[in-house]
Design a binder for this molecule. Sequence first.
Ligand code: EPZ
Length: 437
Amino acid sequence: MEQYIIKGGNPLVGEVVIGGAKNAALGILAASIMTDGRCLIDNVPDVRDINVLLQAMEGIGAVIDRKSSNEVEISGKNIDSNGDLIVDNEYIRRIRASYYLIGALLGKYRKAKVVLPGGCDIGSRPIDQHIKGFRALGAKVKIEHGMVIAEAKVLRGAHIYLDVVSVGTTINIMMAASLAKGNTIIENAAKEPHIVDVANFLNSMGANIRGAGTDVIRIKGVEKFHDTEYSIIPDQIEAGTFMVAAAATKGDILIKNVIPKHLEAISAKLIEIGAEVEESDDAVRVVATRRLKHTQIKTLPYPGFPTDMQPQMAITLGLSKGTSTITESIFENRFRYVDELRRMGANIKMVDGNVAIIYGVDKYTGAEIDAPDLRAGAALVIAGLAAEGYTTVSQIGYIQRGYERFDEKLRSLGGLIEKVDSEREINKFRFKTGSMM
Ligand code: EPZ
């Protein structure tokens, strides 16, 4: 079984280039089948969730041409619209973004049959708002035998007020409504950078969407979409993860190919706890020279502090001076890394399931730990890089779902980390890095 082995204690120093945003790419790739034309999409991250989505799209007849690891050409022309348009396989069941194929297929063909979405186990993840949105547009939606089945004779624009701010729902409604008759207004829409990116992509295919990035999005339905070429925005969370890696290891990292505006909530917290953050046009540099301080964090929809950065920040605060608190307000089960981090010496008390009280310790010590989900997995790798001694992280498939060449990028910053598959390889790494069992 693949694991990462890490020898901690080296500050991470150097430059790293950030890839395309996974969560924008998932929406954009799904939306690309809404035209019979050709979509050439660049800056696509080469990560597992993306590859699973592309395979599922191929499964319904889309033609996918990987031009290179980060560029793909897609055509939805050969999708058999007379068939049932069933999206199901053992891999797609595990990812969340399968739900974007409901909005895309419903918009274009007025029908879709997609297996209920999975995704990281970070709490209950209902899709009631997606369903409410599709129904408001005139679709009949039912869930049978684990599949979401949506159909409409006609899709008509509607005024939709979301009960919760939801990224997935906002994107799904934007897609279906773009090819509906008439106008749609989404109120209480999510404002994440990837919402804007998916809207820009749809507009580049001929959609008429205004207001993405605010909480009211207005969509005028159009007849059909055309060819496009598009480049996906940089991944805000991958960038944030490397920012925190610099802070937690007392390092100095120049993080290139980012949009600093998207990172403001993260930069502000790092500055507050004593790190230096320098922004330029498309890069940020994070430097930490001494022990950082405590703070309070509450996760919120954008532009608040992102839930996807919560575990990484907790790892840093666990080594900071004083007592910090983190309140998770988006997902109820996003602290499964706490037990793992305790094995490394962290002192964290949980209150009411969604508040972590973190008493800063002087150091972590290496341990054998499991990645519980994508972001927590990446956070624990950083804990390992900051810790004294050796750490092994298992279940790294989670990390590979969303971080491209994570270990390679960390190595280029001086991190002692390797992907290993056997006890022999672990011993080889220990030998190479100066300690035999
Ligand atoms: C997206 O998930 C991201 N996933 C998540 O990324 C991210 O954590 C999350 O947005 C919040 O930013 C993708 O983009 C594929 P939501 P999503 O709908 O769309 C509730 C990562 O690590 N809700 O914005 O599933 C829901 O339970 C991940 O990359 C409903 O109640 O999140 C949650 O409390 C994991 N009913 C809140 O809304 C619904 O119908 C926000 O969820 C939909 C959501």
